[in-house]
Design a protein around this ligand. Sequence first.
Ligand code: NDP
Ligand code: HSE
Length: 460
Amino acid sequence: MNGDTINIALVGCGTVGGGVAHVLLAHADRVARRAGRPLALRRVVVNDPAKPRDPLIPREIISTDIEAAIRDPNVHIVVELVGGLGVAKKVVLDSLAAGKHVVTANKALLADAGAEVFEAARKAERTVCFEAAVAGGVPVIRALGESLAANQVTAIQAILNGTSNFILTAMAEHGMSYSRALAEAQRLGYAEADPTLDVDGSDAAHKLAILAQISFGVAAKPHEIARQGIDTIDAMDIRFANELGYTIKLLAEAWTGGHTHSTNGAKLSRGGAASAAHANGGPPTVALHVAPVLLRHTDLLAQVRGAYNAVLVYGDIVGETLYQGPGAGQMPTASSVVADLIDLGVGRAQRTFAAAKLWSREGRGFTVEPPERVRSRFYLRLQVVDKPGVLADITRILADEEISISSLVQHEAEEDGAGGPVPLVIVTHYAATGKFRKALERINALSTTAAPAVFFSMGD
Ligand code: NDP
Ligand code: HSE
């Protein structure tokens, strides 16, 4: 950095960028004290300069000229808050090539092109900071990269998408419809520009890919992470889950073969396949997946509500630690972005970045466990024709795949709906995902199955 003041160019000034600009301008003294020198907002680049912005932002620093911001020799740090893969990737790579440090909240970009971005940063001897990319305002990147550095992480169980958690909470606690809850999450600034990424599990998979890189040195591409979103959950599933004593949460999970910690015994079983592969002398494996999971009402993660995120990390030395807080939204995310700027100002971020060697060739030997080997109990909801023999056909298929039934719920059909399809809910004992899916294919092909089966993992 040249001189005392650090000059910042903000590329993207929407929900998060607007929050960052506000914090830098409204709390300039506090930020300067913490950074040991002033952090000055010199340029703000947007798509539409005519849009109303925070009144603290001087009009004359707003432009649409990305190149000018990146090439400005007085700018030391470029903050990329455009989002997506196209323009954002160019901003990040060009900024590094121009000798700027980069701060970003763009998990989609890091999950997709982390290796390229970090290689470019090392080549340019510059730093990329990304605390805001995972769990918004919750400092989980620092926790994993710095505070837990003495540990090998053995498992992670996390709520990483604020929008999905907000929708599930609104549906379960306020009876809100899925579409209204999603619209509300968008209004509150939680959702991605394309909210499909939130509800189909992609955004959580992007974040899990980043956590897996930090924790296991695994460079899993998002499409390699088994993924199911909340878009298959019906209000009926939330009611059935509640009746059974469970809450549905979208979880991002990583289980290694070395995971031996267990608070309730069940967690071990969910990582069982990975344990088996490791015990047989194979390379250490980590199972990565994002999916709705039924958690007992008393489970810590079941109690995380609204747009809050929570990350349970199991370390081989520390044991179980929990990080929780607002996972989306303007100010929580801005809090993490500005913390990265302060760390760059102090000079801490540069040293941590150099030591961590993220997305480098220095892996830790972990490979990704094939999803079909992961063991779980399953919640299975079927719409079946209410006639003799239907249940026998289904239980025969499950038995063929060595899947044992733990409990079963079928309510009597409404009188006026007699003979029509009725919901049938089956909870299984532990089964390998591959076998369960095979059984599903056969159940879905039965003439008495009126709609494709809906299924989720059980958290215990
Ligand atoms: P927004 O859509 O609110 O903001 C995007 C900003 O980028 C806008 O200011 C827009 O300009 C600007 N922009 C878009 N295209 C261009 C372009 N071609 N040239 C210049 N500027 C452009 O997104 P968010 O603030 O919600 O998200 C930003 C990033 O932060 C994303 O990567 C997102 O995933 C991540 N993130 C978001 C969180 C959240 O809670 N919203 C939480 C954590 C991470 P204009 O204002 O003129 O339209
Ligand atoms: N759309 C994301 C979410 C923003 O809802 O979690 C935070 O990364």
